[in-house]
Design a protein around this ligand. Sequence first.
Ligand SMILES: [Zn+2]
Ligand SMILES: [Zn+2]
Length: 276
Amino acid sequence: MEITLLGTGSPIPDPNRAGAATLVRSGDTLLLVDAGRGVIQRLVAAGVFPGMLGAVLITHLHSDHITDLNDVITTRWIMSPQPNPLTIYGPVGMAKVVDGIMMMLGSDINYRLDHHGDLNEGPAVVVVEVSPSDVFTVGEVSVRVGATDHRPCGPTVGFRIEGADATVVMGGDGIPCDTLDELCAGADGYVQTVLRDDLVKLIPMPRLQDILDYHSTVEQAAQTAARAGVGTLVLTHYVPGIGPGQEDDWRALAAAHFSGEIILGDDLTSVNITNS
Ligand SMILES: [Zn+2]
Ligand SMILES: [Zn+2]
């Protein structure tokens, strides 16, 4: 199973890091997990057009994880020669968000339907709202849903993706919790969004200090990985962004708590994870 960090950035604008999005490739099945800022450009850089996606999985409805979902919907629609329904799995509230996106796109959809004689219908989108312990199948992978703790944002979910050669958990945003531990237990890989509390604490802005409450630190992600016995820890969504030459510092903070493989880096960093 190949994991590609499409966007390693956070809500803080960064010229080199796109927003939260990760590509999961298992055999012929392609999943997009979250759809933050710049997702289409990074997806294409990874060799994938939106029409090729088996499904989109959304961990939660914070804007930095869904802001370019509209672009995924539109680009898949206008680039597919035949109707190509897109299934979006997300927590309760997902349908309302997608309804809003479709309303926002209403004028554009009408322009294109009027203009292109071969387009007979607007974007086909199927929304499946999921809850903890739900299981669903996309292509050749099975996905189990688990609760995460990103309060006061909620409900939020993580996904345990089981393919032929590996099982990988997408933890999304949030702090350590029992249900995340359970979701991660024995997985080959675990992808977690993280922040550096030691650096964030240096920035005297109340709004930035608030985020310390509901994001895993690098150390906490490593501790979750260790408790769950996962093989590879993949860190993303860096707050603040990792500066030049700082990757080793981040890796060392995780390595103090977790002895497995640790992956982090720039957008399009990719790792192949197999049964360990
Ligand atoms: Zn969030
Ligand atoms: Zn986020």
